[in-house]
Design a protein. Structure first.
Length: 195
């Protein structure tokens, strides 16, 4: 798998505006992803979605926006290609399906649902393993609370909890994690030839 074929789906709040810290962080993320050859996929509207698309375009990268007729809005101007679906639910699953990996930025209930669905699909093995990383300390209390419950049960958590959802300090660390995990997953079945 070459980097140019890798789509990173980014989830985050629609609320941040240009000039705000969360917008700047998402723009930095978009730039960092595109600089490493990722196509940046988002929900295509404002806030984090706009910022990551804008950052990707700043770096000369490609962007994909998955929108829904349900919202009745146009995508942001930094989206190169639009896939429009009808409903919020179709949009969520299209965002998941398009991604080879996922980045979770700060967000509200919508982002929490997106994180939860991706995390659960990975946990239950209903999709192939794909790297998923949350940025910053915002999600840590939620993640740690869930891990406390899950660690006491027989599940993939005991061996793989950090690989199901990793928390990175910043956008650069998130991209480094994605590259490392994508490489590891891509080479997991490589067995050296017998001599």
């Amino acid at each position: 798998m070459s980097d140019s074929q890798i789509i990173a789906t980014v989830f985050g709040s629609s609320r941040p505006s240009d000039g705000e810290a969360d917008y700047a962080e998402a723009r930095e993320l978009g730039w960092a992803l595109a600089a490493k050859g990722f196509t940046v996929c988002s929900g295509g509207y404002g806030g984090v979605m706009e910022a990551v698309s804008r950052g990707a375009k700043d770096a000369g990268g490609s962007t994909l926006g998955i929108t829904a007729k349900f919202f009745g809005r146009d995508p942001n101007r930094w989206v190169d290609k639009v896939i429009q679906v009808n409903t919020w639910q179709e949009r969520l699953f299209a965002l998941i399906e398009e991604g080879n990996c996922y980045v979770i930025c700060k967000g509200g209930t919508g982002t929490l649902v997106e994180l939860s669905v991706v995390w659960e699909m990975l946990n239950k093995g209903v999709m192939r393993r794909k790297p998923c990383v949350a940025i910053g300390e915002f999600w840590r209390p939620i993640v740690e609370s869930i891990r406390e419950v899950e660690q006491g049960h027989s599940s993939p958590w005991a061996e793989m909890d950090e690989r199901l959802l990793y928390i990175a300090a910043n956008p650069q660390k998130a991209v480094e994690y994605l590259l490392r995990e994508l490489w590891r997953l891509d080479h997991a079945n490589d067995v050296p030839a017998a001599k």
